[in-house]
Design a protein around this ligand. Structure first.
Ligand code: NAP
Ligand code: MG
Length: 463
């Protein structure tokens, strides 16, 4: 099985096989590095304006092909058409953003304090970069790495998740059409991911690894990266809290929680994982949220469903067990949506009330459409609970008094805090986490830096 020449890509909503793609091995992975290394000198010497124009063209081509890409993402990932179209826009925006960053040179020229020298600081492309991406945002997680890497003058080898290789292949075709030269982006599809990535991390020509996925795999890759002191960026798991204060606008809190929890069926690293609502408004909040959850349509994207399936049968089992354990620990299923009559890997959107602050479900990344609700009264105790996790990716705060919302936001140990909104992602903002949610940032100016080395020339300057 692991050495069969191809593997199949399945639609998780229908279990239909969409395509067979090559199951590449270590030999092909090394050959991809050969081509990326051969393309590096030429690509890194192109002008920033040239790279900017190519990325701008990729942005335009993604929008030209928006409908096809939306359908492809919806089919291989299962997410709704609204979520898939949103992802195409978000993914394309990384090409536009980094086409703009590519031509903003940042350097320094300064006089050494002791005199006698001048210092010229600039930023060089780090070299061939190995990119590893997950299935939950098959387009955006790829372009969020490819765009800054190409803007910096790096060439890349990319290993998409085995569940969603088709979107990555489509993006590589768009980049070729946009004018990215042969070898500058190489996609390797495989089901033996650990072997392929290990081969890259131990290859002297690879100078960078940028990974998005689970904290466990990220940790294992960091161990391997340590062997060669390899430059590493990590976007890992999350356990995002939502905090709803007693003075929050409840309409905004419900709408924001719906987005933070049910976008992508809860399969997002930034997904709301724990909802802390003040006791004064808990009854109202749960009733309003629950009414919306019960009305969510679950099913096939092509039928216009708002929530699609989970990615695999194993994911359904895991979420089911998580809910069963929560109920065994005292939680109550207060609201649930209906399941479709389809073959796919569906789990019903669910609200869990009466969740105890120490419940197991609050410690694990649910990665599914389940909303556990905890009631709070004391702000200091709330902050202790919110920060009592090894993760620190996203958080959300809803409060009427903006000053209070900001003060709460600053005390939460998370890289991204949504204030009175349920979405934090933006290409112009530095996406990333505190603690075990990762290292480095993607998007913004910082995202380009992840693919650059800082160099200075110290120039003799006689008096
Ligand atoms: P995953 O199992 O860690 O997989 C991510 C990628 O790593 C896939 O391409 C996977 O390939 C590959 N991989 C798996 N095991 C590997 C190994 N031993 N060595 C090398 N590569 C390996 O994560 P996932 O389940 O696909 O995605 C969900 C996770 O990603 C969640 O924890 C989520 O929070 C996180 N995530 C984080 C962000 C962020 O920006 N912080 C964004 C999105 C998702 P295969 O497909 O072949 O397994
Ligand atoms: Mg996986």
């Amino acid at each position: 099985m692991t050495n069969s020449p191809t593997f199949s890509v399945e639609d998780p909503a229908t279990l239909e096989v969409l395509a067979h793609v090559p199951n590449q091995g270590v030999v092909e992975a090394r050959a991809a590095v050969d081509r990326a290394a051969a393309a590096l000198p030429g690509w890194s010497r192109t002008s920033p304006r040239h790279r900017s124009n190519v990325l701008r063209r990729a942005f335009e081509l993604m929008l030209r092909d928006k409908d096809e890409l939306t359908e492809l993402i919806a089919r291989e990932n299962g997410k709704s058409l609204v979520d898939a179209a949103g992802e195409v826009n978000y993914a394309a925006e990384f090409f536009r953003w980094f086409s703009e960053e590519a031509v903003r040179p940042a350097g320094e020229y300064g006089e050494a304090p002791a005199g006698g020298a001048r210092t010229l600081v600039s930023h060089r492309p780090v070299g061939v970069a190995a990119l590893v991406t997950p299935w939950n945002f098959p387009a955006a997680m790829a372009t969020r790495k490819i765009a800054p890497a190409l803007a910096a003058g790096c060439t890349v080898v990319l290993k998409p998740a085995q569940e969603t290789p088709l979107t990555a292949l489509a993006i590589a075709r768009i980049l070729a059409e946009a004018g990215v030269p042969e070898g500058a982006i190489e996609v390797v599809t495989t089901i033996t991911s650990a072997d392929i990535v290990s081969a890259w991390l131990s290859d002297d020509r690879v100078r960078k690894v940028s990974f998005t996925g689970s904290t466990g795999v990220g940790r294992a890759l960091l161990h391997q990266a340590a062997e060669r002191v390899l430059n590493a960026s990590m976007e890992l798991g999350g356990n995002a809290p939502v905090v709803i204060a007693e003075d929050a606008d409840l309409d905004a809190a419900v709408a924001g929680t719906m987005v933070a929890k049910f976008r992508n069926g809860g399969q997002a690293c930034t997904a709301a994982n724990r909802i802390y609502v003040h006791s004064d408004v808990a009854f109202d909040f749960i009733a309003r949220l629950g009414a919306k959850v019960e009305k969510l349509s679950v099913g096939l994207a092509v039928d216009g469903a708002e929530v699609g399936p989970l990615i695999t049968a194993a994911a359904v089992d895991r979420v089911r067990r998580t809910v069963e354990q929560a109920v065994a620990e005292g939680a109550r299923i207060s609201h649930q949506a209906a399941l479709p009559e389809a073959a796919g890997y569906f789990f019903p959107p669910t609200v869990l009330a009466d969740v105890a602050p120490g419940a197991t479900i609050l410690r694990e990344e649910i990665f599914g459409p389940v909303a556990p609700i905890v009631v709070w009264e004391d702000e200091e105790e709330l902050l202790r609970l919110v920060n009592d996790t090894e993760y620190g990716l996203a958080a959300y705060v809803f409060a009427g008094d903006l000053g209070r919302a900001l003060r709460l936001g600053e005390r939460i140990e998370a890289g991204m805090v949504g204030i009175n909104r349920g979405l934090v992602s933006d290409p112009s903002a530095p996406f990333g986490g505190f603690k075990q949610s990762g290292l480095g940032r993607e998007g913004a100016r910082e995202g380009l830096r992840e693919f650059q080395e800082t160099q200075y020339l110290s120039v003799d300057w006689p008096a």
